[in-house]
Design a protein around this ligand. Structure first.
Ligand SMILES: Cc1cc2nc3c(=O)[nH]c(=O)nc-3n(C[C@H](O)[C@H](O)[C@H](O)COP(=O)(O)O)c2cc1C
Length: 211
């Protein structure tokens, strides 16, 4: 399949040093709010990239569940492929692509486990079936069939008719960024890119990157 004829001109917006926030968290919040207000599908979906102990990268989509000056929170199975990558190498990258806004945000930083209390609170807020699924699914391991998973759910339903405790291997991660890049598509591939790098004194250095 040849996709060379697919060509979109990006002309919805601009990003300049004059109007961008000096704080990347405020800039991210402003763009996330615009994505939320635009009713985009799954504006909080982000690609998470990790690197294994053998230096092999892998990516998958996860949902951003909380965002604050401390960082970006997502939830998953700590024994999954991403979980073992992060245990061996606690560096990760996030990527948001808001196609309707012609915007991309890249975020990089260190990842740590969220506190058990915070993971408990979020787990308790999930629907009953999702809580059972967290127990039933040994995420990323090979299974023989879908039926195996469904019968496991049935067993767990009998075991936990109401209260479903959080499995110790399921919870949140907090990514604390030291690098952000905001990308706004522009005409003729002359896109705007502003990179924010955390300095040793805690300030952010803002630099324009060539598109
Ligand atoms: C829109 C979307 C949202 C997702 N959200 C999550 C999530 O929040 N947590 C999660 O563990 N997996 C989520 N997934 C599934 C992951 O992409 C992936 O299949 C799973 O986490 C296993 O990844 P791993 O084997 O690399 O660890 C989501 C997938 C999609 C497409």
């Amino acid at each position: 399949m040849n996709l060379q004829r697919l060509r979109t001109e990006y002309q919805r917006g601009a990003l300049s040093e004059e109007t961008a926030s000096t704080d990347p968290f405020s800039q991210f919040e402003a763009w996330l709010n615009e994505a939320l207000a635009s009713n985009l599908p799954e504006p909080h979906a982000m690609t998470l990239s990790t690197v294994s102990v053998h230096a092999r990268p892998s990516s998958r989509v996860v949902l951003l569940r909380e965002f604050s000056p401390e960082g970006f929170v997502f939830y998953t199975n700590y024994r999954s492929r991403k979980g073992s990558d992060l245990q061996a190498n606690p560096q990760a990258a996030l990527n948001f692509w808001w196609v309707e806004l012609e915007r991309q945000v890249r975020i990089e930083g260190r990842v740590q486990l969220l506190s058990p209390a915070k993971s408990d609170a979020y787990f308790a807020s999930r629907p009953y079936q999702s809580r059972l699924a967290a127990h039933a699914s040994e995420q990323s391991s090979v299974i023989s069939s879908r039926e195996e998973l469904l019968s496991r759910i049935e067993e767990l339903g009998a075991q936990f008719p109401e209260h479903v405790p959080r499995p110790a291997h399921w919870g949140g991660y907090l990514l604390s960024p030291d690098y952000f890049e905001f990308w706004q598509g522009r005409e003729n591939r002359l896109h705007d890119r502003l990179a924010y790098s955390l300095q040793v004194d805690g300030s952010w250095l803002i630099q324009r990157l060539a598109p």
